[in-house]
Design a protein around this ligand. Structure first.
Ligand code: ADP
Ligand code: MG
Length: 589
């Protein structure tokens, strides 16, 4: 949807929400209150799990920490619920930060399992602390007061709850369309790409984790003062799974989906509780679970990505235009032509018993195109992974701009000015082409999470978008800015990768088989582009199999065979070298 249409839909939704208490029964209003409270958690999960790909079963426990914090502060210690709010936020986010710092480095299932363990542990903890009322919980929690008004009625706290929900939706949707949000969106699909763009994947995950916990804390705070009572059962692991269901049913990665999912699950639970006893009195507890699971499976079958994306996919798409008058992003000064940019010295890399790169040495000089060639399996891609820090070397040394890169993490090498493409294209297929390229500009921009949420990043964002558009035009993709990247043919996806690498304003561009999958005229256009980049002072290291392409383009060639360097020289020398011809079985002649 366009921003404009989104805003209109948003305003209509707000009016409907504001008017609801005038028309609805108090029972329905209190149901809506619960939905809003649950929706906050589900929105956080839409960000964390749906967008970031981090499955957390532990959100109910975060809600619990928030709820117990304010319950303790207001009912037991006699502070105002607003102090309770501050405590709930600080405590929940603090716990999330510690927990995240210790578990977010774990991969996939281990991470999810640790959130489950955390969910179980905290539920147990609430039930066993004397000062928190054991299993009977804490009651007579005071209502929230705004000035002299106490929010005791369900129709009163309704406005506060849905105000918080609306504000969260706006803030997170702004975030997703900002620099920090794009980094979160890029998490799904692995760290290698993210780090190669200079993004700290761990910090990005941690940020998403803490934001989701913050929303859970708000939910817990509202819940405690709405129901005026907390007990451990409300925050157990079963509830953690229910929150996850809400986020999934509503829509993987859709924030509105969080609200839709919370509504559907809450309404369903309610009606199941109403009707099941009629069918089978006595056994309603277990039957509820069965009916619920059946409905859930039906959802997964029919609309796996969730309801909201299912609908949105069927609406026409439009996008915010790029502001041509935005200021340019700052550009680095390229080193003088001929200076050694990259030096590779006696580098070795083994995979088990196989030596993929064996004592290879070469240099790349500023403003040249160096071709790395060799038969399949020669070790070229491995060499690239060593140069960009994607893989550690076993021995030897590589220096970029005079700095040894051995101890530098991949993202630091990227920030220093090494940008790359991958032999097996790594894009985020569900993000638009321009958003993929904007990821490349991450290191050239600064806006943080808060700036993104509050849209204080607009001028920088406009500059970055202009840059991304310019790079896409440069590679010949100026007409597909808003397509989903995954819909492009493979050859064009390679060009998106090149535009993304260029958006980082690199010193050294490392291209692994950029012409694979391109048509003849596209290859010629690519060669022309690479020549013009060289003329601008950019240095290029390139692997390519198309010999005609390589010979006509590069300044020098390094040949690898079976992990070792076979020889090095000018294109004409390499073409004439009998060893090279032998390695390629005469295919060069
Ligand atoms: P090229 O890019 O020249 O075709 P690669 O660098 O991809 O060659 O591979 C060189 C050798 O290293 C091959 O024998 C390949 O099977 C092996 N290799 C590459 N990556 C790995 C890996 N991650 N684990 C094990 N073996 C690998
Ligand atoms: Mg390769």
């Amino acid at each position: 949807m366009t921003r404009r249409r989104k805003s209109i839909a948003g305003v209509l939704a707000l009016v409907a929400l504001a008017a609801a208490p005038l028309f609805l029964s108090s029972f329905t209003i209190s149901l809506l209150d619960y939905i809003g409270v649950y929706a906050l958690v589900a929105i956080g999960l839409a960000l964390l799990t749906g967008v970031g790909g981090i499955v957390s079963f532990g959100q109910a426990a975060f809600v619990g920490v928030g709820a117990y914090a304010t319950a303790w502060a207001s009912a037991l210690a006699g502070y105002s619920p607003w102090v309770g709010l501050a405590l709930a936020i600080v405590l929940t986010c603090g716990v999330a930060a510690v927990l995240g710092a210790t578990t977010l480095r774990l991969q996939g299932h281990f991470l999810s399992l640790s959130t489950l363990a955390w969910g179980l542990a905290i539920g147990f903890l609430f039930g066993n602390v004397e000062g928190l009322g054991n299993f009977s919980g804490i009651s007579s929690i005071p209502p929230i007061r705004i000035g002299s008004l106490a929010l005791t009625e369900s129709a009163q706290i309704y406005y506060l709850i849905w105000g918080v929900v609306a504000a969260s939706l706006v803030a997170l949707s702004n975030l997703l369309n900002s620099r920090a949000g794009r980094a979160i969106r890029a998490l799904r699909g692995g760290n290698v790409l993210v780090e190669s763009l200079g993004i700290d994947s761990f910090r990005t995950k941690l940020a998403a984790f803490v934001i989701a916990a913050l929303l859970a804390a708000l939910s817990g705070w509202l819940y405690a003062h709405m129901s005026r009572f907390v007990s451990p059962a409300t925050f157990d692991a079963g509830m953690g799974i229910e929150y996850l269901m809400m986020a999934m049913v509503g829509g993987q990665g859709s924030l509105i989906g969080g609200v839709v999912g919370a509504s559907i699950i809450t309404f369903l639970k309610n009606s199941i509780q109403d009707y099941l006893p009629l069918i089978s009195p006595g056994a309603s507890g277990q039957l509820e679970v069965v009916a619920f699971s059946a409905i859930f499976i039906l959802f997964l079958q029919r609309a796996r990505r969730g309801i909201v994306p299912y609908i949105v996919d069927r609406l026409p798409k439009a996008s915010e235009p790029v502001d041509e008058s935005a200021a340019d992003l700052p550009k680095r000064r390229q080193p003088p032509a001929g200076r050694t940019i990259l030096s590779v010295d006696q580098v070795v890399r083994r995979f088990g018993g196989l030596t993929a790169v064996n004592l290879v040495s070469f240099e790349v000089r500023a403003a040249e195109i160096l071709g790395l060639i060799g038969p399949n399996g020669a070790g070229k891609s491995t060499m690239f992974n060593l140069c960009t820090g994607a893989l550690p070397m076993d021995s030897g040394a590589i220096a970029f701009a005079g700095e040894p890169i051995r101890r530098m993490p991949q993202r630091a090498i990227a920030r220093a000015g090494v940008s790359r493409t991958f032999q097996h294209v790594k894009l985020r297929p569900r993000m638009s082409v321009i958003d993929n390229v904007l990821l490349g500009a991450h290191t050239r921009t600064k806006a943080g999470i808060a700036a993104g949420m509050l849209r204080l990043d607009r001028s920088e964002e406009a500059s970055a978008r202009k840059e991304a558009q310019a790079q896409l035009q440069r590679v010949g993709l100026g007409d597909v800015l808003f397509e989903e990247a995954g819909n492009l043919p493979l050859g064009k996806q390679r060009l998106v990768e090149i535009a993304r690498a260029l958006a980082a304003d690199p010193v050294l561009l490392v291209l692994d088989e950029p012409a694979a999958g391109l048509r003849r005229n596209e290859k010629m256009a690519l060669a022309e582009l690479l020549r013009s980049l060289r003329a601008d002072g950019l240095t290029i290291l390139l692997v390519e199999h198309d010999m005609e392409f390589v010979m006509s383009l590069v300044d020098r060639i390094v040949v690898m065979d079976f992990g070792s360097k076979l020889c090095e020289g000018l294109p004409a020398e390499i073409r004439a070298d009998p060893r090279v011809q032998e390695a390629y079985l005469g295919s060069l002649a």
